[in-house]
Ligand binder design. Sequence first.
Ligand code: NDP
Ligand code: GDR
Length: 394
Amino acid sequence: RFNSHGSINFGIEGCTLIIYSKLFILTKKKALITGVTGQDGAYLSELLLQKGYEVHGIKRRSSLLNTDRIDHLYQDEHQGKTDFHLHYGDLSDSTNIIRLVQEIEPDEIYNLGAMSHVKVSFDEPEYTAQVDGLGTLRILEAVRILGLTNKTRIYQASTSELYGLVQEVPQSETTPFYPRSPYAVSKLYAYWIIVNYREAYGMYACNGILFNHESPLRGETFVTRKITRAVAAIVNGKQDCLYLGNLDAMRDWGHAKDYVEGMWLMLQQNKPEDFVLATGITTTIRDFIKMCFQNVGISLDFRGTGVQEEAYVVECTNSLYNIEIGKKVVAVDPKYFRPTEVELLIGDSSKAKERLGWQPKYSLDSLCEEMVESDLKKFMVVNLENQKINGTGK
Ligand code: NDP
Ligand code: GDR
């Protein structure tokens, strides 16, 4: 199957065979990732490099380095050839996006960059719309203006937040949207502009409607990571109590590694379509907290309701942790409540299973264990470093 540029995909992942008259040239596929410094950007970069792609990532300038999640992939070009390249850029800057798309001429663009925190979007609504909504338009326009509509395929990081107020469960590609935050409303614009450019210009552009996915690389202010970090801090005596918002909310949590695989699959099909990725299992925040504490041998008892709700230690079977029975370790602080909440998310990813052959490999138990373990290790490293510093009298 030749495309209009005379190139063909033929089995070797991450490569394209280009035929110019009688000359056969095998080139690496090029991917451009916005949001490369984020959780998904890091896992996707790893996946695409493994598949043999040349990966270009857009990172924002910041006063401190913000590349922790991808430092292991990066190599200074002066030290040898590398397939991983970073470029400064921002989704709010059209000139920057156009120039980068022009220079790189990517085969695939993964638009993962976003102000991705739902609660923060109530504090920064205009910025969120600029980046999450109009940023997507900038990507589409860059590809269109530069005449790359037949070459460049676009993945848009759409979200289960689009469903918002419950209309039906489980939520699938046909469930109506009812966004409940400036973040979700911005992503709704992005969703429809992707659909519109696909229909209007025949572009290969698709929405991955992804339900919550987590990992040890998850940002520290999202609820799962906030909880796993707190568990590690509490058992190490570095935190007294974990303060959270709505404990009744229910989320369909998967592992980010599974979900980046799905993103890639969406761009390898014969025609562009939108897909839900989800596990089909939903859990309350409260039950996730219980699971995380259970992981370190601590059982909790939740008492009270609403803003009065608190959790106490009733048992600790791990002799490593000197934690007092009866200690209060979780409480509700209303400052974490959202003006409008998304109460229940549970996804139906049958279409992705059938058409993409996508299936999540990780269970919530294994995800929870991996995240708690990773945060416990981080505390051990900090403790060891402190001991070293104390030992040398620094
Ligand atoms: P993160 O918050 O971890 O990463 C977001 C990325 O976007 C970071 O690299 C961030 O850069 C970058 N970014 C923020 N603002 C801009 C901007 N103005 N210009 C360019 N880049 C910017 O998010 P995730 O990795 O978890 O999510 C990836 C995408 O998927 C996001 O669009 C998110 O909304 C969406 N999504 C996520 C889900 C999830 O459960 N994780 C579920 C459904 C959708 P910096 O590091 O400098 O802050
Ligand atoms: P979400 O994730 O809003 O679903 O968006 P988050 O982890 O922030 O919240 C999940 C649920 O937990 C409740 N909650 C708290 N949340 C946070 N962050 N902090 C708290 O202290 C707290 N207490 C309770 C929330 O109210 C909510 O109900 C994530 C992001 O990755 C989005 O970018 C993505 O689009 C969606 O997932 C799918």
